[in-house]
Design a protein around this ligand. Structure first.
Ligand SMILES: [Fe+2]
Length: 108
């Protein structure tokens, strides 16, 4: 099952800053891979994609956006325009080309 492949905060590899950090900045949501120390962005080791999902106040789940950072050129940081006032939870998923899937959530 796919949920068995998804790493959560607190796991050993989290030391490499794979856990997505979710931050609400006004009407945007910032998702970064790592907080103080960014995940590497090299041709050998990089974040392939970052996705943001939301659960709104009616309980509906939907994808809010995707971002594909270019290795070397871009850091794994994405800004999504979202109707924040209508959301009650955000979930971020990121995929590292070496270390796989990582998830985190933010309750509003
Ligand atoms: Fe990695």
């Amino acid at each position: 099952m796919i949920h068995e492949l998804i790493h959560k905060p607190g796991e050993e590899m989290a030391k490499e800053k794979h856990v997505p950090h979710i931050e609400v900045l006004g009407d945007k949501v910032k998702v970064s891979c790592g907080k103080e120390i960014m995940h590497p962005s090299t041709n050998e080791h990089y974040i392939v994609w970052m996705k943001l999902y939301g659960i709104d106040k009616e309980g509906k789940f939907r994808e809010l956006g995707s971002y594909y950072p270019k290795p070397v050129e871009e850091q794994p940081v994405a800004h999504f325009s979202v109707d924040v006032s209508n959301q009650k939870e955000f979930h971020a998923l990121i995929f590292c080309n070496i270390h796989g899937l990582w998830e985190n959530k933010l309750d509003l």
